[in-house]
Design a protein around this ligand. Structure first.
Ligand SMILES: Nc1ncnc2c1ncn2[C@@H]1O[C@H](COP(=O)(O)OP(=O)(O)OP(=O)(O)O)[C@@H](O)[C@H]1O
Ligand SMILES: O=C(O)C1=C[C@@H](O)[C@@H](O)[C@H](O)C1
Ligand SMILES: [Mg+2]
Length: 187
């Protein structure tokens, strides 16, 4: 077969999943655009959008910073797992997760067995600039955000890599990243 021709038998996992009822779950580091890109992706695919961080805040009636302060990270991660388990049972939708959700083994297993995981990625120096605009992220409070993000990337990237799709957004406008995701999904 001509190598420039699209192989008609090479249906990607993601393509099958787009046609299926599986939710599309965005994972990746803080500031990479899971919420903002996720919202636009949902709009373009005419799907509902939900942000797991916001769902946790609603369920606890507290901000994420308050949950961390009052109850600690383990409590937050357990709430996050429960919220994501519930979202996996709902209609097909686009779900933006918090940056650490996929690090929890049970949460990761839930996502990988029920959804299409999309790892949204960008260079750390871009993330550093973005997160500086808002100081609501508890994990970035105690130290230099760049060092923290670089260390998180080192430990998390090999785990994010288990996602079915890996999309690099960097500084492209949101719309371009959305289109890249849709293209990778085979829509
Ligand atoms: N492609 C982009 N170009 C320019 N700015 C962007 C892009 N993606 C995200 N941003 C900006 O970066 C900031 C962080 O984005 P967003 O809140 O969507 O990240 P997130 O991945 O949901 O982070 P968190 O894990 O903390 O929830 C926002 O101000 C958003 O507008
Ligand atoms: O990367 C993380 O661990 C986090 C990211 C945010 O979305 C929030 O879920 C919280 O601040 C923790
Ligand atoms: Mg977010």
């Amino acid at each position: 077969m001509d190598k420039n021709m699209k192989d008609p038998f090479n249906h990607s996992v993601a393509h099958c999943a787009l046609a299926s009822d599986k939710p599309l779950v965005l994972i990746g580091l803080m500031g990479v655009g899971k919420t903002t890109v996720g919202r636009r992706l949902a709009k373009k695919l005419d799907l509902p959008f939900v942000d797991a961080d916001e769902e946790i805040e609603k369920a606890a009636d507290l901000s994420i910073a308050e949950i961390f302060d009052r109850f600690g990270e383990d409590y937050f991660r357990d709430g996050e797992r429960r919220v994501i388990a519930r979202l996996m049972e709902e209609q097909k939708q686009v779900i933006a997760t918090g940056g650490g959700a996929f690090m929890n083994e049970e949460t990761r297993a839930l996502i990988l067995s029920n959804a299409v995981a999309i790892w949204l990625d960008a260079d750390i120096d871009i993330l550093v600039k973005r997160v500086a605009r808002r100081d609501t992220r508890p994990l970035l409070k105690d130290g230099d955000p760049e060092t923290i993000l670089r260390n998180l990337a080192k430990t998390r990237n090999p785990i994010y890599a288990q996602a079915q799709l890996h999309i690099t957004g960097n500084d492209s406008p949101h719309e371009i990243t959305v289109n890249r995701i849709i293209e990778a999904l085979g829509a």
